[in-house]
Design a protein around this ligand. Structure first.
Ligand code: ADE
Length: 223
């Protein structure tokens, strides 16, 4: 999968150079390319923002540098273009799965008060928000999308099964996990997990998953 990131702050993506994502990129499962929007500004001072028509506080990202960066990243509009914004539909595991199926996505990160609406209306395929809060820019949101989508690519997680039994599958939160030692500071592992009875273990995990979902995310049980 190819991911093109359009941003005013490419250095904010240094976190991609770690762990599973780093290996995914090195192994060729993922290609992430950065386009610094400022490089596409035709302004003498590489200005990328301007005052809002109609007045009001805050600056708006100008359409020209963003349009040219989009043209550079995706000249024939073959990619799925996403604008990260608090006004978008809220990202979740099911949207991550949808997005992970595209061979090329463009992630456009906004800054200031927002982006000229004409770019969104005419050159973007969808707006995605990562939650009901306002970040200073779309960069952290883009990293959330990259991380979620990358781990769904075949081959990225060592064991392909590990993406299948986890939270949000079947609208449930995942059951709790334990590892050695069996006793930690007087706290022991649930007996059933060391019983060797696989049927009982599966039943216990299903029960725990339901209890946890009911406690933390009752909204998931309504669908
Ligand atoms: N940019 C600012 N806030 C955001 C959010 N919640 N989700 C995505 N992009 C954003």
């Amino acid at each position: 999968m190819k991911i093109s990131v359009l941003t005013l702050f490419p250095e904010m993506f240094d976190s991609l150079n770690h762990s599973i994502l780093k290996r995914a990129i090195e192994a060729g499962f993922l290609e992430v390319k950065f386009y610094n929007i400022r490089d596409y500004s035709l302004d003498r001072h590489q200005k990328c923002d301007d005052y809002s028509f109609g007045g009001g506080e805050g600056m708006v990202m100008m359409p020209q540098p963003v349009y040219d960066a989009l043209e550079a990243a995706d000249p024939n509009h073959n990619a799925h273009r996403i604008y990260l914004s608090p006004k978008g539909r809220t990202f979740n595991q099911s949207i991550a799965k949808e997005v992970s199926k595209f061979s090329h996505i463009v992630l456009l990160c906004g800054h200031y008060e927002g982006l000229d609406q004409r770019i969104i209306d005419h050159y973007i395929d969808e707006e995605i928000s990562i939650g009901d809060y306002v970040l200073t820019g779309g960069e952290l949101a883009a990293q959330v999308v990259i991380d979620c989508v990358a781990r769904l690519q075949e081959g990225v997680l060592g064991n392909d099964k590990s993406a299948h039994f986890e939270s949000f599958e079947n609208n449930r939160l995942e059951y709790p996990h334990y590892t050695r030692p069996r006793d930690f500071m007087g706290h022991s592992v649930p007996e059933v997990l060391v019983s060797g009875d696989h049927k009982a273990i599966q039943k216990w995990r299903e029960q725990e998953s339901k209890i946890l979902t009911k406690k933390h995310r009752p909204d998931l049980l309504k669908d």
